[in-house]
Design a protein around this ligand. Structure first.
Ligand code: OGA
Ligand code: ZN
Length: 370
């Protein structure tokens, strides 16, 4: 077995690890990350990059007691890097992240994972298992939620604080005489994501079913990533237009007027899909150049058509005590029309943003027994 070896190059230090892999550490990066520059309590960087020349060079490099010791030329400074820190931070690779749970696309035959409310409330392992399913699939149901307004949001708050919107910190989905939103009527709600008119649409959505006695009102879900990837494979030009052409989304009532232009699909750095904004009832009047419209409408219809196909869409009837949780920037949701004179239907909803969700995943991993 070979051991750890370093080589002093012109611009960078080359490190060869016992497994034969090599990492290249530019000197400016090493100097910027000298462990002595971190605040001892906050761990934030106190170093001012502009306090050194743009091209620092080592005068001497040595290995001592598991530390790589770099004495810098032209300044009175010595940096001591623990080898395990250098092994975890290899330029060109991202350090392992417990919040980075790969997404697994699903279709209309998906069996939605079920979790138990009491377990999630009392046990971090059950919370982590629910969150892992939500991260992977973007859809999970929690059963056994107490029959009280606030029981669903208490589960959401196990993940993180709630995202407030113009509809409140939580919202009541009931048919109202004075609706400001189609959700607050008894109408059919075609598959959509909520609040695509926001600069950052809410991350995870939680809908706790308190009553579902009316005829109709079944719930529908589809994986926006599965639909987008199917479209990419079948019609790359349509996919490209949905990724690149911003369209208007707007909500306005007496208190708010919240509007953005954004594409329907936003790719991520790895070539996957970061988020989907799809909501035909909040989309405004398309205002791209007229010569683009025929192609854009064709692409938009190709996406929309898939949201009506059984191969992508699953339906179910929420029962009182069920709470459905889903990634609102990935999973499309909708409901069938219901008949309010046949019984009461009441969902209590709230949101938690993706950042808070990921933070909880990292904290749970930190405390997980080895
Ligand atoms: C919503 C919504 C679904 C339902 O409130 O945004 O989509 O089942 N509701 O009523
Ligand atoms: Zn909705």
């Amino acid at each position: 077995m070979s051991s750890f070896v370093f080589t002093v190059g012109a611009d960078a230090l080359a490190l060869r690890w016992p497994d034969g892999s090599v990492s290249t550490c530019p000197y400016v990066w090493l100097r910027d990350n000298c462990p002595s520059v971190l605040h001892p309590q906050t761990r934030e960087r106190m170093f001012d990059l502009l306090s050194i020349p743009p091209d620092p060079r080592p005068r001497h490099v040595a290995l001592a007691d598991g530390l790589l010791v770099v004495t810098w030329a032209g300044e009175e400074h010595v940096s001591r890097f623990p080898l395990d820190w250098l092994a975890r931070h290899r330029p060109g690779t991202r350090p392992a992240d417990p919040a980075d749970i790969p997404r697994v696309p699903w279709k209309g035959d998906f069996r939605i994972p079920r979790h138990d409310a009491a377990a999630i409330l009392s046990d971090d392992g059950a919370l982590a298992a629910w969150m892992a399913d939500l991260a992977r699939s973007g859809l999970a149901i929690v059963g056994g939620v107490a029959d009280e307004v606030g029981a669903g949001s208490a589960l959401a708050e196990r993940i993180g604080f709630l995202r407030r919107t113009n509809f409140g910190i939580t919202f009541e989905v009931v048919s109202r005489p004075d609706p400001n939103n189609l959700a607050y009527t008894a109408e059919h709600l075609p598959l959509h994501t909520d609040l695509p008119n926001q600069e950052i649409p809410p991350g995870f959505q939680f809908l706790h079913c308190l009553a579902n006695a009316a005829e109709g009102g079944e719930s529908m879900f589809a994986d926006g990533i599965a639909i987008a990837e199917d479209l990419r494979a079948a019609d790359p030009e349509a996919f490209r237009l949905l990724c690149t052409v911003p369209i208007p989304f707007r909500f306005h009532d007496a208190e708010a007027d919240i509007a953005v232009h954004r594409p329907v699909l936003t790719p991520d750095d790895a070539g996957g899909i970061r988020e989907i904004r799809y909501n035909a009832h909040i989309a405004g009047t398309f205002d791209m150049p007229a010569q683009l419209m025929a192609d854009y409408y064709r692409a938009y219809r190709a996406f929309m058509t898939r949201t009506r196909q059984d191969r992508f869409v699953l339906s179910l009837r929420l029962a009182p005590g069920d709470m459905v949780a889903f990634d609102n920037r990935r999973t499309l949701h909708g409901r069938g029309r219901f008949h309010p004179n046949t019984g009461f239907r009441h969902l209590h909803g709230c949101y938690v943003d993706r950042g808070e969700f990921e933070s909880r995943l990292r904290l749970l991993a930190r405390h997980r027994p080895a």
